[in-house]
Write a protein that binds this ligand. Structure first.
Ligand code: PHE
Length: 451
């Protein structure tokens, strides 16, 4: 992202770049296991409502802040109001916490590429295959390092553009493949029950946890509340129609997530029934999909192709986030690209190694009752991102006022259809909900209240 400001080639160039960053492990890995864990249909229902209200408002606000200020997040919030410079720092901290464990999961994907490249479809489908792998002290660490080094090399060599160009062509293939796998799963005995679990909301399963999980997932998946979209906004030309772009990014990101869930969740029902759902966690995709592939004619090859494409989606997201961190370091501390990359490597090792070992060797070490990976995920998605979102709402809704943002959006006379919704969300609904979530969820987490 060391591009000159405003050099995205028009609206579509911007949408592709932002969607490349947005679509990643969040959609393919995180969304399905949360949907399975938090009640299926009800999670989807809450997620969709949040996407068209919270997601839309915050995505619009962040991109507009970027384009208005033409600055990266550390400086952008400060320019809008001096008292809010702290927001730039917290926003930048979020991707720094996420990227190390993102590389750990990226490593798991890399491992599965090698598994299928060796034709090991049958062993991969066995019950203990995944847990044996992540429990091993060395192997997941090596794959984590491989994934991380590939990302850093891409950034150091400056070949991001090339990778993004390849992924532009391959992402539609990933979509088609996901649809194909989902259709195949739907034909397996018992799938119907799983599909109805996934699609039909059961309102008795709703709790504040469903809401909090869906909200954190929305932020993660759309790369909001972490400065990334501010950065993207700052590269966008003034004549680009922002509302149209926001809609396209939102729709695309949500469709990919829904399809990924459709591919994974009903399959859990087929192979492990109800218990499989309640015990689902970050390993879900790696445990369930191999079982689907094993049954499928030609499954070994399809699995290989699938994991390669997931790898690409993961890498484009990881690169965009790492690049944002590297350029913030370069901007802020006047460091060279190489030194900044080395610092990013250092951070990844420092937090990625415990995240990886937490599934095996260090499984006994807990922070607030969580292993390292779960803790970093909790800290970023359930604490810091809601905080960033909350202060963004206060800044936009009450300090600079929504008009500053809506003027930026309609500067070329564009129509802003959901302007009223935007105003009400940013000023009232979003901040109130965010405060409520933050307080109640934190108290519940520490056992002060029972929800
Ligand atoms: N939103 C992206 C995803 O869904 C990317 C992301 C990458 C988010 C790194 C946070 C950190 O995968």
């Amino acid at each position: 992202m060391n591009k000159k400001r405003g050099n995205f080639s028009g609206g579509l160039g911007f949408v592709f770049a932002a969607a490349g960053s947005a679509v990643g492990l969040g959609n393919l890995w995180r969304f399905p296991y949360l949907a399975a864990q938090y009640g299926g249909g009800i999670f989807i229902f809450v997620y969709l409502i949040l996407a068209i209200t919270f997601g839309f408002s915050l995505l619009t606000a962040e991109i507009a802040i970027g384009r208005k200020t033409q600055l990266s997040p550390v400086l952008a919030y400060k320019k809008l109001n001096k008292k809010f410079s702290f927001l730039g720092y917290i926003a930048t901290l979020v991707p720094i916490i996420i990227i190390p464990y993102y590389c750990v999961i990226g490593g798991w994907v890399t491992k599965y590429i090698t598994v299928y490249a060796q034709g090991l479809a049958y062993p991969a489908a066995q019950d203990n295959f995944f847990s044996d792998f992540i429990g091993n002290p060395i192997s997941p660490l090596i794959f984590f390092l491989i994934f991380m080094i590939i990302c850093v090399l891409v950034i150091m060599l400056g070949v991001n553009k090339g990778i993004e160009r390849i992924s532009k062509f391959l992402m539609p293939v990933l979509l088609l493949l996901t649809i194909g796998i989902a259709i195949y799963t739907a034909t397996l005995p018992g799938a119907l029950e799983g599909i109805s679990y996934y699609l039909v909301p059961d309102f008795s399963k709703f709790s504040i946890f469903t809401f909090a999980a869906a909200l954190g997932q929305l932020f993660f998946s759309m790369s909001i509340a972490m400065g990334i979209m501010v950065t993207y906004g700052s590269y966008t030309k003034k004549e680009v129609n922002l509302t149209k772009s926001v809609n396209q990014i939102e729709i695309f990101d949500t469709i990919v997530a829904l399809l990924a869930g459709f591919m994974v969740v009903p399959a859990v029902y087929v192979f492990s029934g109800e218990e499989g759902l309640s015990s689902s966690g970050p390993g879900l995709m790696f445990i369930t999909l191999p079982k689907v592939f094993e049954q499928m004619p030609g499954g070994g090859i399809i699995a290989l192709l699938f994991f390669i494409l997931v790898f690409l989606a993961a890498i484009t997201s990881a690169i965009s986030v790492m690049e944002a961190i590297v350029s913030s370091l370069m901007d802020k501390f006047k460091l060279s690209r190489t030194v900044s990359c080395l610092i990013v490597i250092g951070i990844c090792l420092l937090m990625g190694i415990p995240s990886s070992l937490g599934n095996g060797l260090w499984a006994n070490i807990k922070i607030l009752g969580m292993d390292f990976l779960t803790f970093f995920d909790y800290l970023s998605n359930s604490v810091l991102m809601p905080i960033v979102a909350l202060f963004t709402c206060i800044l936009v809704g009450w300090v600079i006022k929504p008009k500053a943002i809506t003027d930026e959006i309609t500067r070329n006379g564009e129509k802003f259809g959901r302007k009223k919704l935007f105003n009400v969300m940013i000023k009232y609904i979003a901040p109130v909900c965010l405060i409520f979530i933050l307080v109640s969820y934190t108290l519940a987490q520490f056992g002060v209240i029972k929800l």
